[in-house]
Design a protein around this ligand. Sequence first.
Ligand SMILES: C[S@@+](CC[C@H](N)C(=O)[O-])C[C@H]1O[C@@H](n2cnc3c(N)ncnc32)[C@H](O)[C@@H]1O
Length: 429
Amino acid sequence: MSLKNRSKGLFWDYYALFYDSLRGLLPYQELLSRTVKKLCIEKGKSIRILDAGCGTGNLAGVIFSSQRDRVVLDGIDGSSAMLQRARHKSLRCDGKIHHVRGDLNEQLPYVDSSFDCTVSLNVLYALQDPQRVLQEFWRVMKFGGLLVLANPRVKPKMRDVILAHIRMAVRLGWSKGLSLFVKNLFSFPLFLFTLVLNFLIIKRRAAKNQYHFFDAESLEVLLKNAGFRILSSELAYGNTDIFIAATKILSHTNEQGDLLTAEVAHSKEDFMRIYRLRYNVYCEEMGSLDPKDYPDKLERDRYDPFAVHFLLRKDDEIVGILRLIPETPWGFLMEEAFLLPSNLDRARILEASRLVLQKGVRGYDFSRLLDEAAELWSLEHGYTMWCLTMQIHLFPKRKVRGWNIKKLGGVARYHNTEIIPVLRYLIQT
Ligand SMILES: C[S@@+](CC[C@H](N)C(=O)[O-])C[C@H]1O[C@@H](n2cnc3c(N)ncnc32)[C@H](O)[C@@H]1O
């Protein structure tokens, strides 16, 4: 390790002695709780989170403060003193938190596609090559996974954090504000000292170009170059941080030179576009569903809340969609028309449905990326088969394109169309 890197390491070890006094700082508490909200951790959902530059483990503290029995968190940090504190705090978490000491400037010690979510709060600025680090985050994340990132914006001012703290304390009201004031009376000088130390060192290192601060646009460009799509970009931590949520996407340039991207839908706006596109195609174009059943011109059903929805974009515009549904309380959608064999391992099956490509982009060249993305998501999440219905003439075409499929029954008429039930194996059988 070079002398310069050793002195940086010593700085973080020293900082660890005071770091937790920041827990009394309301903008810091708010940053942690806002991060947890972005992660959308649903009850009972199994997810694995990477906290890159986990410090003393405060994010884990917030995540596990409520019942999250199926969440696993991996914290990585370069400072042994920070990690010592993080490990101590995690003792109550029954082996759901794993810590490792590692340098984020190096390759991460995790195999590809290990994590559903990655979080990195106020760490990127201190690393040598932020672009390369974001590429590493992309590598260790699953397709469709969420990245939550906070990084100081250009010329962050300590004054803004203190003012935000006071404003938040006032907003809490007299009784809560007063008890917070009394609680912080003794720790306040310490966290003020910690904050000043942090900002002074940050300022000095930024002046020497050792630290990297970005405005929102530049950070978004780095994320896009690394293979993420930005879901939201806000200010946080007393407006001194750029706070971004992004998702891992796949891109491909087709033979016509179009840049296509595939992603998992996350935002409310994207869901509205999906339902509108389905309405356009199924109700207006094909007439297989009755428009009267969808007065808001959004075609959705009871299976949608359980499904994962995939988007295909061309030049940023949504041109294709597909959804995968795990077994629901009503079984699979296709069981409304067909009986599935009783010996299927239903926990490993997803039903593929509502594949829609916009007019003008209807060819294998376009659908291939959507298909590959959905297949990748399925395998990364432990599903090995798709069940689906298709028009009979498509069956041989899919076989030619390498789909390992078999018919599960004869032709039936459903929503004005002749279809057959099919099982597709995603792995060699
Ligand atoms: C400002 S603290 C943030 C800690 C934590 N994310 C939080 O929000 O409380 C920055 C953290 O990044 C870690 N760090 C800095 N450079 C690092 C590197 N090259 N490799 C791993 N961790 C590093 C430090 O040890 C420190 O714990």
